[in-house]
Design a protein around this ligand. Sequence first.
Ligand SMILES: [Ca+2]
Length: 261
Amino acid sequence: MALVFVLWYSVAYFASIVSSTQAIECQGTARYTLTFLGEWTSQSHQHFPISAHFSTLVGCSHKTSYVMWTPGIKATTGVKDVAELGITGALNSEMDNEINLKKAYKRYQRIVFSGGTGTTLIPNIEVNSEYPLVSFITMIAPSPDWFVGVHDYNLCNTTTGKWLDSRTRDLPPYDAGTDSGPNFDSRDQITNPKENIHLLTNNTEGSFKGDKPVRRFGTFTFAQTYFNPATIQPPSNTGAACSVKQLGYVVFAMILVNFCL
Ligand SMILES: [Ca+2]
């Protein structure tokens, strides 16, 4: 009998540990303003190019089944185009495809400040219980294939089950693994085969080589501006619901007219 009790207690104890470490899903819909702060100057970074700037900032809200980019994997054509050229067309098409597959929710892009310093805002970035992650990138320009960004950033605190109020993320430089130029102004040198996306450090040959760690190029701050405990349905569903409702009113009116006549 004592053995049975010990076994039962052990199972209950471990079950309680497992349940206490389970992620808690955030409920409803939240919106955030993304503030991109550029901090790239000739004082903060060596080999500062004359025409230093960032390309259009682009990204989306999504679920875990879509990975726009992450260190250790090959860049998609869309990420390569942004990292090498600052062109967003292919990445927007990739995100639209993921939206159709219900792996991404909404995509966003905005032209940013000129030069290496400044502030740009993207308001109303929407996340919900199904799509709590965000990924955004912008090219470090000019450069071979270097960019900054965040990937798979969860705006839900899965320990508390509450949407984050405001969080700032540093932006270190990443290499897309598609062009082997070592310097900001290197001519095109296609990397064949492609390398994995990786962090650029002061051990990397070229513009970043040095004694001190490479400083961040800026920050992203996500600040919550709206919360609704109900999950907002996509506009297309809402439109369909309204149409059916309106059709119902018309049919009712026609029946009423016939009855009166
Ligand atoms: Ca490279």
